[in-house]
Design a protein around this ligand. Structure first.
Ligand code: COD
Ligand code: ZN
Ligand code: ZN
Length: 361
């Protein structure tokens, strides 16, 4: 099968023929329809000191089940699935407590070349499934727990975006923060994930939704997703501007991964308000004024929208099919897998909300 191989930051990603195992035990083989390009793929390439190579990145995918291992019970060949980039064992402390997004054994069976059985190879050389998925490829082989079965009338290309950006963003608003109707919300960083925090806040019935971004095109998109106010982050102090619009800001979301924007989120909320950090600045440290905790300000993290994917992802598919959430305007470009380098360039330049890599082009 064909996959886009990353071999190092000084080389372009190239689509090549590789070998993929047949599913064993509780594994599922999926023919992918499409996979999105998320900023976290860039993080893996750029921020890990030495990412293991060769690696197939991509973790926002959907497709049709081709074959299943003998122990698989929840999906069968022909089923339509969205890939959850974080599987869950179902048995550990976190899974049992209903926090599958924090599963302690999420990577079982190991998808890395150091694991017991690398599933991807090229001429005998093991290939890493990046972000535990490896979705920039025509097929993936993953544990059953990463498979979320969805209705067959949903367009697989568009709903693939629910696998990461949409679930992460909407979930941060409705599950992590639990935004209440009538509350005021600010979202710093309006990329593929931030736009979904905005539509999550709209879904929850927020009153003011203030979008903060450096780029005018992102602020325009933010309006389409439900932002009521826009703040150009590069012009003046975004904290003062947000406070002017909402003196009693209930929630602020950081959706970039920078210390400075995490500090801004915490600074702009009211006493008793909540700042939610969605972005991850691996190895970065933010300074937070401890005195603000006397005002009962809260600072919380959010991973995968605090979602329980097998319930929450099919719900989002239903909401899309009923026109209650938007996916179409998230898709700025559709490209063949071979144009993944161009898609990454467009993301770095801030030109797109999302690029979809289509496996049928
Ligand atoms: N102030 C305001 N906006 C800014 C600033 C700034 N200083 N710097 C950048 N921005 C804007 C950009 O213009 C852009 O619009 C946006 O921030 C970032 O958008 P994208 O599209 O590049 O990134 P996303 O939305 O795909 O990803 C954002 C994440 C925060 C999810 C990602 O960067 C991250 O931190 N991922 C790791 C955490 C995680 O949950 N991973 C799980 C899988 S995603
Ligand atoms: Zn992602
Ligand atoms: Zn678990």
């Amino acid at each position: 099968m064909k996959a886009a191989l990353y071999r190092g930051s000084d080389k372009p990603i190239v689509v090549e023929e590789i070998e993929i195992d047949a599913p064993e035990g509780s594994e599922v083989l999926v023919d992918l329809n499409a996979c999105g390009v998320c900023h976290s793929d860039l993080h893996v390439m750029g921020m890990m000191a030495q990412p293991p190579v060769p690696m197939v990145l991509g973790h926002e995918a959907a497709g049709v089940v081709r074959a299943v291992g003998k122990d698989v019970t929840s999906v069968a060949a022909g089923d339509h699935v969205i890939v959850a980039f974080r599987g869950a064992c179902g048995k550990c402390f976190y899974c049992v407590k209903g926090m599958r997004q924090l599963c302690a054994n999420a990577d079982l069976p190991d998808r890395q070349v150091t694991g017991p059985r690398p599933r991807l190879k090229q001429n005998g050389v093991p290939i890493v499934q990046g972000v535990s998925v490896g979705g920039w490829a025509h097929q993936v082989l993953l544990p059953e727990t990463s498979m979320v079965k969805i209705r067959k009338d949903a367009p697989l290309d568009k709903v693939s975006l629910i696998g990461c950006g949409v679930m992460t963003g909407i979930g941060a608003a409705i599950h992590t923060a639990k935004v209440e109707p009538g509350s005021d919300v600010a979202v710093i960083g309006c990329g593929g994930v931030g736009l979904n925090v905005i539509q999550g806040a709209r879904l929850a019935g927020a009153h003011r939704i203030i979008a903060v971004d450096l780029l005018p095109n992102k602020l325009e998109m933010a309006r389409e997703f439900g932002a009521t106010h826009c703040v150009a982050a590069g012009e003046g102090d975004p904290v003062a501007k947000v406070k002017e619009i909402s003196p009693y800001l209930d929630y602020a979301f950081e959706v970039i991964g920078l210390p400075v924007t995490a500090q801004q989120a915490f600074a702009m909320i009211r006493p008793g308000g909540t700042a939610v950090v969605v972005g991850v600045g691996f190895g970065r440290v933010a300074e937070i004024p401890l005195g603000d905790f006397l005002q009962e300000k809260r600072l919380v993290g959010s991973f995968y929208g605090s979602s329980q994917v097998h319930v929450d992802i099919p719900r989002l598919v239903d909401l899309y099919m009923e026109g209650k959430i938007q996916l179409d305007p998230l898709v700025s470009q559709v490209r063949p897998l071979s144009e993944v380098n161009e898609a990454l360039k467009a993301m770095k330049a801030g030109e797109v909300a999302r690029t979809l890599l289509s496996m049928s082009l």
